[in-house]
Design a protein around this ligand. Structure first.
Ligand SMILES: Cc1cc2nc3c(=O)[nH]c(=O)nc-3n(C[C@H](O)[C@H](O)[C@H](O)COP(=O)(O)O)c2cc1C
Length: 224
């Protein structure tokens, strides 16, 4: 693998449609070689100068289809580092993260719910976000914030992700999704399983948010 840089969006068609107002952007194009033939194998948004946090939010969408390729350890480590900096009520830090990369286990996790969790089968990795209700009465807030931090860091690293809800969801009529996952992964009974965040390289295009279509009437100033 070798990296080169190109400066025009025209040279990176899969990146067109991204919402950036600055004309020239920095893209890293990863090319692979076979003998004497250089072939463009993958175009990856690697580094965008002047990309604001709002740009990131505009372009982050839930991704449910993933490429086969694995996530590099450095990227996964960054995501977990980010998770550990999540704000938590009274700094109780009651969350626990179970990283799953094993294909068979991802398949089993994809059956956590009758609907809504199937996408996990195709993910390169998943982070099961748990929390200890004994440490915080608002553990679900702490766990939710950590989950979102995971999603945003993943987006910043050019990865797709999706939140799969497990808290208050059933696996079967008689077993909750949380119970099923706890048995599967050996998670202590006292913990709650908030959700599973899937991760992987995107294999679907999602439209960025359109700022003109946001629900501005949800915002109230001074008085509802
Ligand atoms: C609390 C919560 C639960 C969610 N549960 C699921 C889920 O079980 N399965 C799924 O495919 N997506 C799930 N999502 C993703 C939402 O469907 C998605 O965020 C929403 O439709 C907005 O789309 P966007 O993320 O592309 O902006 C969940 C998101 C949140 C915040």
């Amino acid at each position: 693998m070798k990296s080169i840089y190109c400066l025009e969006t025209e040279q990176a068609p899969s990146l067109q449609g991204l919402h950036y107002d600055i004309k020239i952007r920095l893209y890293q194009v990863i090319i692979s070689s076979s003998l004497n033939n250089w072939t463009f194998a993958k175009i990856e948004l690697k580094s965008i100068s002047n990309m604001s946090f709002l740009d990131l939010l505009i372009n982050r969408r839930s991704i449910r289809k993933y490429e086969e390729r694995q996530i590099e350890k450095e990227k996964l480590d960054k995501i977990l580092t980010a998770a550990l900096m999540s704000p938590a009520s009274k700094r109780t830090n009651g969350w626990e993260f179970v990283v799953v990369q094993d294909k068979e286990m991802l398949k089993r996790l994809s059956c956590s719910r009758e609907m809504g969790s199937q996408l996990l089968e195709g993910a390169a990795a998943a982070i099961v976000v748990c929390a200890d209700p004994r440490k915080s009465d608002v553990w679900f807030c702490d766990a939710s914030i950590a989950s979102l931090i995971i999603q945003l860091e993943a987006a910043d690293l050019g990865l797709g992700s999706c939140w799969v809800q497990t808290y208050k969801r059933q696996h079967t009529e008689t077993e909750t999704a949380g119970e099923y996952i706890k048995t599967l992964l050996g998670i202590p009974a006292e913990l709650e399983v908030m959700n599973i965040v899937s991760l992987g390289y995107k294999n679907e295009e999602r439209k960025p948010y359109d700022l003109d279509k946001l629900l501005y009437d949800k915002i109230h100033y001074d008085k509802f």
